[in-house]
Design a protein around this ligand. Sequence first.
Ligand code: PGA
Length: 267
Amino acid sequence: MRVPLVAGNWKMNKTVGEALAFVSGLNPLLSDETRKRGWPEILICPPFTAVPAVSAALANTEVKVGAQNLSWEKKGAYTGEVSGLMLKDCGCEYVIVGHSERRHILGETDEVIGKKVRAALDCGLKPILCVGETLEEREAGQTLELCRRQTEQGLSAVKPEEIASVVVAYEPVWAIGTGKEAKPDDAEEVIDSIRDTMGKMFGDAAADVRVLYGGSVKSGNIRGFMVKETIDGALIGGASLDPEEFLRIVSEVLKTRVAPKDFGQGE
Ligand code: PGA
């Protein structure tokens, strides 16, 4: 069973004080159903500096914490890097890998991203591998091919028995931070093709991999994506910075995808 995942990516936003104010705003708003069942799964990925504080503040809730990047090495002389072991030690369960801002602004290659996915798994973290095309690539008809290549290279060092711990996020670069989300039908087509690629790589195990949509998701448009069975949730940037808007998105997911009766401690 693929439990929907609603993941907030704060990017380079919020000081520790601001991050704690977010958690104080979020906690009283978490519905009993979400709290008891852990459905959908809720994840917040603060900047590194706020991870320990947010993780401690959320310790008694169902909300999970992740990071936005990691080193492909575990320790050593890598000035400025942060390893998966350190993130795990600070309470992270997930880590975003290969976000388009890291690919396009910071020059991360598919090879580097593949090594980071491997490092995340080696450190006991669940990687969220981001893939997605630029506007030029979409207009040139290269979307499916590009996402196939990014998926294959990002997951090249993953074993079939590990693949269920991996999450893939389809995030078209032109939709990120622009207010122009993809059409749900287009997202569905790309995600089905990503599933097909993973099926060829991992066989039946690929059916357990959650694939999210990301790019200008907000409470007003999440339903369009969640009615698609192939889309298992969302990776949310701007709209995850405000606790009320973030939880409106969670509650839309809850309304669109009904939790099975036997799920979690709620029953
Ligand atoms: P956005 O960002 O929701 O602000 O478009 C999404 C992301 O970058 O993950």
